[in-house]
Design a protein around this ligand. Structure first.
Ligand SMILES: Nc1ncnc2c1ncn2[C@@H]1O[C@H](COP(=O)(O)OP(=O)(O)OP(=O)(O)O)[C@@H](O)[C@H]1O
Ligand SMILES: [Mg+2]
Length: 339
């Protein structure tokens, strides 16, 4: 083990918002998907939480980048630096240097050949020798603990930062899938725009995300409403400091359009589901994963609207990562991994 083993194995959930690495069945990295680079040399200055703290606060020689957009790699160099930096966090903790690094990496189910290649290339450039990929909804289903190889339909809705992926899984394969580029980041952008337009206050991405987490809601009426969230920021006109209380009801209105699009995507995925599997889905319910699953009232809204029970995965932010970790241990058994 450790120092003497030749091959090290890690599994990665490379997300638009968060990147998680599993090693020996444990979550060893869980960091925001951000890097900070030196503008002049392109040298990596910081990765993960450290880089996020610099986000929006940099001077002219530093730039912070989120390498993924809409669930896929948008900046190849930054993605490679990010994977490299995060793998280093694991290897320095475990004091290993792996001459051979085996990886399982999650990819969106709607990935094109080019996008798959981008993930493979960045993983290889970051040190991966033996790279396997798994579709993220499949990983989420495994992470939730579903038997993906059974002749039984299960539907997963994974609402991440950049994309919402909906898939029906049966017999170890994805039977149908639907993926849209509306997810958590869009809700955050809706809130940013709303605060500017309605309250005349400028808020950054991080503050808008905190508003979403504290008073975000998919329903205009909640049985257990959160207290108003107080936002501090500059008035757009006067630049003087303002204090604005924000209620869940106004946020539910401002994200309504985006939520409806997610709802419509779920309905269209159901429409495409073959009848036998549809019956299974109605019986088993639909599983919500990804950070977006935590939005207040979303499960109830979808359950009421669609008439099928929606279950929030036990640990929605980590379902995909856990599943990639299980896949790593079953590389020879799981025929659905992509080489
Ligand atoms: N309590 C919460 N309520 C609403 N949204 C939340 C909550 N917690 C996290 N989020 C949102 O979830 C998103 C991140 O989820 P997740 O980590 O699953 O995405 P990701 O896997 O990085 O992205 P993708 O799968 O699209 O590439 C962010 O937009 C974040 O703001
Ligand atoms: Mg994800």
């Amino acid at each position: 083990m450790g120092l003497f083993s030749f091959t090290q194995e890690i599994a990665i959930d490379l997300g638009t918002a968060n990147t998680i690495i599993m090693h020996n069945g444990k979550m060893v990295v869980d960091e925001p998907s951000v890097v900070a680079l030196d503008k002049r040399t392109d040298k990596l200055l910081a990765v993960g939480e450290k880089a996020r703290q610099m986000h929006g606060k940099t001077h002219e020689n530093i730039r912070t980048i989120r390498p993924l957009r809409d669930g896929v790699i948008a900046d190849f160099y930054a993605a490679e630096q990010m994977i490299r930096g995060m793998v280093k966090m694991v290897s320095s903790k475990g004091r290993w240097f792996a001459p051979s690094l085996r990886m399982v990496v999650g990819i969106p189910s709607g990935s094109t050949e080019v996008e798959i290649r981008a993930v493979r290339d960045s993983s290889e450039h970051a040190g991966g020798r033996d790279v396997y990929m798994i579709y993220e909804p499949m990983a989420a289903a495994i992470g939730i603990g579903l038997d993906v190889e059974a002749p039984e339909g299960n539907m997963i809705v994974d609402i991440g930062g950049g994309s919402t992926e909906i898939a029906v899984i049966s017999l170890g394969g994805i039977v149908s899938n639907n993926s849209i580029r509306i997810a958590g980041d869009d809700l955050t952008a809706d809130i940013q725009e709303y605060m500017r337009r309605q309250h005349n206050v400028k808020v950054g991405e991080r503050t808008a995300e905190l508003i979403k987490i504290n008073v975000g809601s998919a329903l205009t009426e909640l049985a257990d409403p959160p207290e108003d969230y107080i936002v501090h920021g500059p008035n757009q006109m006067t630049a003087l400091p303002m204090e604005v209380p924000v209620s869940y009801q106004e946020i539910s209105h401002c994200i309504e359009k985006s939520i409806s699009k997610i709802e419509a995507a779920v309905l269209s995925a159901l429409e495409q589901t073959p009848p036998e599997l549809y019956a299974d889905v109605v019986r088993n319910g639909i599983y919500l994963a990804g950070g977006g699953a935590l939005l207040r009232g979303l499960d109830k809204r979808l359950t009421d609207k669609i008439g099928i029970p929606f279950h929030i995965a036990e640990d929605p932010l980590h379902a995909v990562a856990k599943g990639t970790g299980v896949a790593l241990k079953n590389i020879d058994k799981f025929s659905f991994l992509i080489r």
